[in-house]
Design a protein around this ligand. Structure first.
Ligand code: SF4
Ligand code: SF4
Length: 459
């Protein structure tokens, strides 16, 4: 195992504590936070569920579908970039978990298998939900979207009934892996001040006090070196008797320049997300129909299950294989193991993942954005059929997509540069950097090509 040359401490990641702003400090410590945002979000969730099951049957006309897939889903990676996992603090599933726990919670410890394999279950459920969206048409069916939300609600209620804190959010939620990866590239970081925490003997941030519960996602700010799990709920800030908690802004991707304990499952998911972005793009292309027809002639079956699953597996295997190839080449010169290379450098894909994901979602937000207004107006009898749902023109969307992918590519290259310089010196730096730079080039180029091709609307 190669040891890192430099190990930055959390305090050296700090750049300006936002809690110096008195109004923000007061708000985050008050009983109003996060409830003042949490409860309206839960109300909106109920409206969405109602609309999905009892509203218009066509996705194009349904406010629940528009709010979920044209607003929430595209906005979520942007929130992770600017505000870390703040969404998870106000997510209706987290609120439902807390409500259920208040009434029937058994508060049992998290099962060992969830602690050990939870992240793999999260990765697998994220892949499964993406696959099922395509084969069962979840997004294009209001009832399908409603069923998905109810299945998740059932899982939350079950988890909240039996297990302590927010076990669902930390160990089960399908968004957890993606949120953790993106929050590490995010610009907001919450952590304790090492010098203050070192003298503390209460650990009130983790254990809680009579006024506020302990960290809902089992984090301990004294040793928390990553933003992957912190949901910025503010409980530790309210509980800490020593004013140790800091909320700082940092350049995007900075946490990825050195990851204290890189995990192979996070690196694997980084590559998988790139494949999922590919498949989301490919299936929206106008040439998807002819590609499918060609695939049908090759496989000899018209089954969409079969032909889409082949495309899906290929799209996911492609970036995982490219990362494996780069790790195999790099391992020959830097003498770290293949797994060490795969795990450390897989994190560098996250910047490109985030950029490509936002770029893809930009299409939904900007080309279909007005559907939120139209479906909302339809509730009051205003008919907007035939009106364009686009907020801006297609060339403008494409220009933004190319710009985002460009930034993501540069971000990934810079993370590579930092990681290689952390672990290696001399010529090994360059020989390690090269194969991964080729990997990022291939992934970036593939994204550019896909965004160049005409896409068709989903709503
Ligand atoms: S954050 Fe506060 S309560 Fe938690 S270990 Fe540090 S000083 Fe103690
Ligand atoms: S570390 Fe603090 S802000 Fe983050 S989830 Fe735990 S209690 Fe909430």
């Amino acid at each position: 195992m190669t040891t890192p040359i430099s190990t930055p401490t959390p305090s050296c990641l700090a750049e300006g504590n936002l809690l110096k702003y008195k109004w923000l400090n007061w708000f985050l410590r008050s009983r109003w936070y996060p409830g003042i945002i949490q409860w309206p979000t839960l109300f909106l969730f109920v409206v969405i569920i109602y609309q999905l099951f009892l509203g218009p049957t066509k996705a194009h006309d349904n406010l629940g579908t528009a709010l979920t897939w044209v607003f929430w889903w595209p906005v979520i990676p942007i929130i992770f970039l600017f505000l870390g996992r703040f969404w998870c603090a106000i997510c209706p599933f987290a609120t439902i978990n807390d409500l259920v726990q208040g009434f029937v919670g058994n508060n049992r410890p998290v099962p060992k298998f969830l602690k050990k394999y939870g992240i793999w279950i999260i990765d697998a459920s994220f892949i499964f939900i993406t696959w099922s969206d395509h084969v069962w048409g979840v997004v294009s069916s209001p009832v399908g979207s409603g069923v998905l939300l109810l299945v998740l609600t059932t899982a939350v209620v079950t988890s909240g009934s039996f297990f302590e804190r927010r076990t669902f959010c930390r160990h089960i939620c399908f968004l957890g892996g993606l949120a953790g990866n993106y929050a590490q590239a995010g610009m907001l970081s919450l952590h304790g001040t090492p010098e203050i925490c070192a003298k503390c003997d209460t650990a009130a941030c983790y254990n809680g006090t009579e006024n506020f519960p302990g960290c809902p996602v089992f984090e301990f700010p004294r040793v928390m070196a990553s933003s992957a799990n912190c949901v910025l709920c503010g409980d530790c800030l309210k509980n800490c008797p020593n004013g140790s908690i800091q909320l700082t802004v940092r350049p995007p991707t900075k946490e990825l320049w050195f990851v204290h304990k890189p995990r192979v499952e996070a690196a694997f998911l980084a590559a998988v997300i790139m494949g999922i972005v590919f498949v989301q793009n490919v299936t929206m292309l106008e040439i998807w129909a002819s590609t499918l027809a060609w695939l049908e002639s090759v496989t000899g079956t018209t089954s969409y299950y079969v032909n889409f699953t082949i495309t899906f597996i290929f799209a996911i295997i492609l970036p995982v294989s490219l990362l494996s190839w780069a790790s195999w080449v790099a391992a020959k010169s830097n003498h770290s193991s293949f797994k060490e290379n795969f795990t450390r450098f897989g994190y560098a894909i996250i910047a490109l993942d985030l950029a490509a994901h936002i770029a893809h979602n930009l299409f939904h937000m900007l080309a279909e954005g007005k559907s939120i207004l139209y479906t909302g107006l339809a509730l009051f009898g205003v008919d907007s059929h035939g009106a364009s749902a686009a907020l801006v023109s297609t060339p403008t969307i494409q220009a933004l997509q190319f710009g985002l992918v460009g930034f993501g590519f540069l971000g990934s290259l810079y993370i590579l540069y930092r990681i290689t310089n952390t672990y290696y010196t001399g010529e090994v730096v360059w020989s390690t950097f090269k194969p991964y730079a080729v990997l990022m080039g291939c992934l970036g180029l593939l994204n550019i090509v896909l965004f160049t091709l005409p896409m068709s609307m989903r709503m």
